[in-house]
Design a protein around this ligand. Structure first.
Ligand code: CA
Length: 244
């Protein structure tokens, strides 16, 4: 028995199937492939994959219909593959219960980063570490301390909760609604503006610009991009008491 995580690919285009299979196998995932929606749903029920990569355009039914059927049976993380430039598809994907999306054409690096981030986020809450550190942004969730490039910063409770939400979902888009719930709990009606202005203040305080690492994703929300060389799982001291 392999202890690798299993990814189910539901995609009809042979080239993309091959690419996904090659990249995933090379990165130590076990791979299952379905070329149509019904086979995909069957394989998901039969094999309980750890994650599903689901194309929107399939021959027998569209990816949204597949997602709906998958969701009626399980919370398996799903990354949608969408055609280039279809912003509406992305927003729809989140509404329909997708965990993330990739726009074709995507790079191998982006694919693996998204898969790892979604798998990390879907792990049970008790696996959440007390610290986050990607080399730029560091947060001590217990002591409520934030530092950027090694410099400790004074942040308000709202700013702390926003930054924590970004760190816990580093590399993934968070909707304005998700940010409101994370930082304000019970979001007020004028919430959109509160998120916008808080992010403006955070950028100013941390010396960050619109171009990153907190970026706006039009029509959806915001994403925190950790430095590309950061591998949070390895950077984090999960068991600081153990000698290394
Ligand atoms: Ca397709």
């Amino acid at each position: 028995m392999s202890d690798h995580q299993t990814v189910l690919i539901i995609e009809d285009e042979a080239d993309i199937q091959t690419l996904l299979r090659t990249v995933l196998t090379r990165n130590d995932f076990d791979v299952l492939v379905a070329s149509d929606g019904l086979t995909g749903i069957f394989l998901a029920k039969e094999h309980h994959p750890d994650l599903i990569v689901l194309d929107v355009g399939l021959p027998d039914m569209d990816g949204w219909g597949v997602l709906e059927q998958l969701r009626s049976a399980s919370n398996v993380p799903v990354i949608m593959l969408t055609a280039h430039g279809t912003e509406a598809d992305r927003v729809r994907g989140f509404g329909a219960g997708a965990d993330d999306y990739l726009v074709k054409p995507f790079s191998n690096k982006e694919l693996i980063a998204r898969i790892r981030a979604v798998l990390r986020r879907s792990q049970p809450a008790q696996a959440q570490p007390d610290l986050y550190n990607d080399g730029v942004l560091a947060i001590d969730f217990i002591a409520k301390l934030v530092s950027v490039n090694g410099r400790l910063l004074k942040v308000t409770p709202i700013e702390f909760r926003l930054l924590s939400a970004f760190a816990k979902s580093a590399g993934l888009v968070l909707s304005v609604q998700q940010l409101l719930e994370a930082a304000w709990g019970n979001p007020p009606a004028d919430g959109q503006d509160r998120v916008k202005f808080s992010i403006l203040r955070i950028r100013k305080k941390l010396g960050w610009s619109e171009s990153g690492p907190i970026v706006a994703v039009r029509g959806f929300g915001y994403r925190y991009d950790p430095p590309s060389n950061a591998v949070p799982d390895e950077v984090l001291p999960q068991h600081p008491e153990e000698p290394s």
